[in-house]
Each structure stands twice: as structure tokens, then as C-alpha cells.
Design a protein around this ligand. Structure first.
Ligand code: NAG
Ligand code: NAG
Ligand code: NAG
Ligand code: NAG
Ligand code: NAG
Ligand code: NAG
Ligand code: NAG
Length: 414
């Protein structure tokens, strides 16, 4: 969700992030977001068969499960300024030379076991933009002890350059999937702004640490939500109208990279697992699917297996049927550790808790590596602005707390 600025996840409204500081718009987006409760169950299979593959979403404003379907959604990803968390990375990571970020001292509790991790730098939401290179350096020092790949959601607030500068200064082995989080209804303003930031960052830092550029985050999910509802087929008329809005921007990014002599950088798209549009998937090198056992109301014991099964049968299968054979990744998967409201404490069978995050880590991470599944664990740290804007579990998906201390989890060695 997060707007392209970054955020993450799941969400929805990106555009809010960016281009708009308009409160009404943000509220509208938040309200839409709150409707996105997705439910999955065995019963869903019958529903899916009945209504056709690719459709099948259940949306319930109050967490009631009026219908069930296996949907992969994600927490909200809007980026809107928040007054919630303050950020202060000083003292979290020690360096033997205070002036050389590459001399950071490793934390033995961290193991480089994750394929990838979803990351939005603190303060990367418009209009505030109070991210800092110092904090991004701390984040990269920590993230590099867990993984060699991260993905961003957007490019606002100069986050692409900050991350690439931090990788340069820390000298870590890290590749980043940059992100451009466009809006459907701003005539391409947010898209162009972020494209230019990405272009500047690539001009400065080159492509050595860039694994891809992802154009669009939950674009079709959001477009359907705004224009008729998530029960609509992402490949139906409304979904295709949304795709036609996004496609020129994907093409533009491909041209931009080609014009820079960087056509080797893959261009992709990210959406909720049940909302890929075939025309979009046919136009990209890779697709990233949010696959969330929490939003599918899976029991924690079944969460890892469900995630693997959903991704294989829905996303990998769809991509392999296309002639361009886009590489598929899980864009987000994880488990929340807390809820800000009693109503969202449970997904039905299981609760938001650190203990359950541990179970998900223990049953998913090394197994997915072994299965050669490319995934981005959701997410690096708790994001206070999401808690303020969306409440519930939205702000509590981090491996780290907002202050960048590790939650009470044991990172496995794979
Ligand atoms: C960053 O900006 C947000 C939104 O205005 C604010 O709530 C937060 O306190 C700021 N953080 C810092 C560290 O200044
Ligand atoms: C950050 O935290 C350190 C250590 O707790 C403190 O000394 C410093 O004043 C804090 N800085 C800000 C900007 O809050
Ligand atoms: C973006 O960040 C980079 C790296 O810190 C910096 O060199 C550049 O001046 C920044 N650009 C803007 C517009 O802030
Ligand atoms: C981005 O997409 C929007 C909506 O389709 C379009 O108006 C705009 O011209 C596009 N911009 C570029 C540079 O592709
Ligand atoms: C799970 O959350 C519910 C509230 O939704 C609470 O009543 C229950 O005690 C919690 N279970 C555990 C094991 O924490
Ligand atoms: C890994 O593959 C096995 C065998 O297909 C499957 O049962 C399991 O669910 C997969 N797990 C993950 C986390 O990908
Ligand atoms: C951390 O989790 C372990 C179980 O894995 C538990 O025994 C311990 O009490 C927890 N510590 C804290 C501070 O919550």
C-alpha cells in the first residue's frame, strides 16, 4: 500500500500520497481502504468456481464476511503525513568509525535469511517529506543484515536517491526495486514527478544496485474500488479501462530507461494477488503480487502453505500462460503483531501477535527460499502514519518496531 511515496502497502491510495494534500481525498481513500477486508476460505473455492476465476473478492465494511473468496490484498499503502510516530535512528546501529557508515557493527540476532523485504523510508510521504539520509543509512545497515533485496513503493521525497546513496555509503550487497506509485485520476502528474526523480537517481547512481522499476502499486485494485467495486473482474470492462490508464506510463518508463541506455533494468507492476490485469502483465518483465494470509482469514498454522498455494495457482500460473512470461514475485506477505482496535485483533481464526509473526517467519521464510519463491516480507518496520490513518493492524507489520529495535522474534538461519 503505500503511496508511492512509499508506503506501502497495501494499499490503496497512493495517490493520496502524492499528489494531494487534500484532506477530503485522503478521507475518501481511507474510507475505501477500510472497506477492503478480504476474506479467504475453503468455502471460497466454491464461490470462485461459481463466479469465475479472477473475480471473487469479498469486501466487507465491517469485517463481516458476506462472501468469501481467496483474495490477496494488503494493508493500506497510502502515504499521508502522520503525526504519529517520530523517528530517531541515533544509537540503533553502532559504527567503529562514526563518519563511515560502512563500518557498522552487525547484530548477531540478524541473519541474511530473507529473499527480500518491503521498505518505505520514514517520512517519505508528501507533503511533509521529512525523511533523512541518516535514517535511511541506519535502515540499510539493518536491512542488509537480513536480505540482499528491498522494494520501494514510490519515489516521492527523493527516496530512490536516498536509498541508493545509503547503499553506496554502507557498501552493502543490496539491490533495490525502485517504485513509481501513479494515480489514476491526475492526468499523470504523480507519475511524471516520480519518473523524473527515478531518472535523476539513475543518472547519479547508475544501475548497479537497481533490480527493477515497478510502475503501479495496487492500481487495478484501487481503480476497481473507485469505479464499481472489488467484485469486478480485473480483466472486465472497468479493469481494462484502468489498465489503459496505467499502460502508457509503463511504456513511458520502458522508453525512459531505453533512452538512458538502461534497458537491461526490468520494468514491472505490483498489485493485489487477485487483481492482475492481463494487458498490464503482458507489458511488463515482472509482476509483484500481494498475498496476505491475514486478509484471507487464514489460521496462522495454515498461513505459509496458503500463501505458497495461492501464489502458485493464481499468479505464477497466470504469468506462465502469457507469451512474455513475466517473472512473478510475492510483493508482500507477513503477519501483523498488534491491532489498534479490538475489532481487528483477529483475522477470524488467528490473532495479530508477535508470537504469530514468529510462526509465520518459521514456516514461510526458509521454506519459500528452498522453493525458489521470490518474495518481499512485509515489512521492515512499523509505520506510525498508517496507524493514524487506517488504524487496526495497518501500522503494525514490522519486523522492527518504529524505533528500529527488533521485535521479539528469532530470525532463522536458512
Ligand atoms: C515528520 O512529519 C510528520 C508529519 O508532519 C510528523 O508527524 C513527524 O513528527 C515528523 N517527524 C520528525 C522526526 O520530524
Ligand atoms: C535521538 O535519540 C537520542 C538518544 O536517545 C537523543 O539523544 C537525541 O536527542 C534524539 N534526537 C532527536 C532529534 O530526537
Ligand atoms: C536526493 O538525495 C541525494 C542523496 O542524498 C542528494 O544528493 C540529492 O541532492 C537529493 N535531491 C534532492 C532534490 O533533495
Ligand atoms: C501517464 O498516464 C496518464 C494517465 O493515462 C496520462 O495522462 C499521462 O500522459 C501518462 N504520462 C506519461 C508520461 O506516460
Ligand atoms: C485473540 O484476540 C481476542 C480478541 O479478538 C481475545 O479475546 C483473545 O484473548 C486473543 N487470544 C490470544 C491467544 O491472545
Ligand atoms: C514449498 O513447497 C512445498 C512443496 O510444494 C509446499 O508444500 C510448501 O507450501 C511451500 N512453502 C512455501 C513457503 O513456499
Ligand atoms: C519473547 O518471546 C518469547 C517466546 O518466543 C517469550 O518467552 C518471552 O517472554 C518474550 N519476551 C518478551 C520481552 O516479550
Amino acid at each position: 500500500m503505500s503511496a508511492y511515496q512509499s508506503t506501502q502497502y497495501a494499499a490503496v491510495d497512493d495517490y493520496n500520497h502524492n499528489y494531494s494534500n487534500n484532506l477530503a481525498q485522503r478521507q475518501k481513500a481511507a474510507s475505501r481502504r477500510s472497506k477492503m477486508i478480504i476474506i479467504g476460505s475453503v468455502a471460497a473455492l466454491a464461490v470462485l468456481i461459481a463466479i469465475g476465476v479472477g473475480v471473487g473478492v469479498s469486501v466487507s465494511k465491517n469485517h463481516k464476511t458476506s462472501s468469501k473468496s481467496a483474495i490477496a490484498s494488503s494493508p493500506s499503502s497510502t502515504s499521508v503525513p502522520s503525526s504519529a510516530s517520530s523517528s530517531n535512528s541515533s544509537g540503533v546501529v553502532q559504527q567503529t568509525d562514526p563518519n563511515d557508515p560502512s563500518t557498522f557493527i552487525k547484530n548477531p540476532a540478524l541473519k541474511q535469511s530473507f529473499y527480500g523485504i518491503a521498505y518505505t523510508p520514514y517520512g517519505s510521504q508528501l507533503p511533509t517529506c521529512n525523511n533523512t539520509l541518516e535514517e535511511v543509512i541506519t535502515d540499510i545497515q539493518l536491512l542488509s543484515q537480513l536480505t540482499t533485496r528491498i522494494r520501494l513503493y514510490g519515489a516521492d521525497c527523493n527516496q530512490s536517491a536516498l536509498v541508493l546513496e545509503a547503499i553506496k555509503q554502507t557498501k552493502v550487497d543490496m539491490k533495490v526495486f525502485l517504485g513509481n506509485y501513479p494515480a489514476a485520476d491526475d492526468a499523470g502528474v504523480a507519475y511524471a514527478r516520480q519518473r523524473d526523480l527515478i531518472q535523476n537517481a539513475l543518472t547519479t547512481y547508475g544501475a548497479d544496485h537497481v533490480a527493477g522499476v515497478t510502475v503501479g502499486n495496487e492500481f487495478i485494485l484501487d481503480y476497481l474500488t473507485a469505479n464499481g467495486g472489488t467484485t469486478l473482474d480485473p480483466n472486465g470492462d472497468v479493469g481494462n479501462i484502468g489498465a489503459a490508464i496505467l499502460l502508457p506510463n509503463i511504456t513511458d518508463t520502458i522508453s525512459m530507461l531505453s533512452g538512458m541506455g538502461l534497458s537491461s533494468i526490468p520494468v514491472g507492476n505490483a498489485d493485489a494477488g487477485s487483481y492482475f490485469n492481463t494487458k498490464i502483465l503482458s507489458a511488463v518483465n515482472y509482476g509483484m503480487a500481494n498475498v496476505h494470509p491475514w486478509f484471507a482469514s487464514e489460521a496462522i498454522e495454515d498461513a505459509a502453505g496458503w500463501t505458497a498455494e495461492f501464489f502458485a495457482t493464481t499468479n505464477v500460473a497466470a504469468a506462465s500462460a502469457l507469451s512474455n512470461k513475466p517473472t512473478m514475485y510475492i510483493a508482500e506477505t507477513g503477519w501483523p503483531t498488534k491491532s489498534s482496535s479490538a475489532a481487528a485483533e483477529s483475522d477470524g481464526p488467528s490473532n495479530a501477535s508477535v508470537a504469530n509473526l514468529q510462526i509465520f517467519i518459521d514456516t514461510f521464510v526458509c521454506q519459500a527460499n528452498q522453493n525458489q519463491t521470490g518474495y518481499f516480507f512485509f515489512e521492515y518496520f512499523d509505520e506510525g502514519w498508517k496507524d493514524v490513518q487506517f488504524g487496526g493492524v495497518e501500522g503494525w507489520w514490522g519486523l522492527f518496531n518504529a524505533d528500529r529495535t527488533l521485535k521479539n522474534v528469532t530470525i532463522p538461519s536458512c
